[in-house]
Design a protein around this ligand. Structure first.
Ligand SMILES: [Zn+2]
Ligand SMILES: [Zn+2]
Length: 76
């Protein structure tokens, strides 16, 4: 099997981060697999800077799996 890039690990094993809503300053839990989500308080949409290989790795489909790849790729 091909060696996996570090970006793929983030997606295979979701990690939880706390972000602050830029609008109302509420704390929001963001999984590393979430592309975007809404603040539970004010509804502001927050975008997650996905640290993954999907944007640049030519093996991304194999790194993260076909299903995940399709879901995240439609960002652009
Ligand atoms: Zn908010
Ligand atoms: Zn990759």
């Amino acid at each position: 099997m091909r060696e996996q890039c570090s970006g793929a690990a983030n997606i295979k094993t979701p990690t939880l981060k706390i972000k602050k809503c830029p609008e109302c300053n509420a704390e929001i839990e963001v999984f590393s697999t979430d592309l975007e989500l809404k603040c539970g308080k004010c509804g502001f949409t927050i975008y997650n800077e996905l640290e993954s290989c999907i944007q640049w790795c030519k093996y991304a489909k194999e790194c993260v799996g076909e299903e995940v790849y399709q879901r995240l790729k439609k960002k652009d």
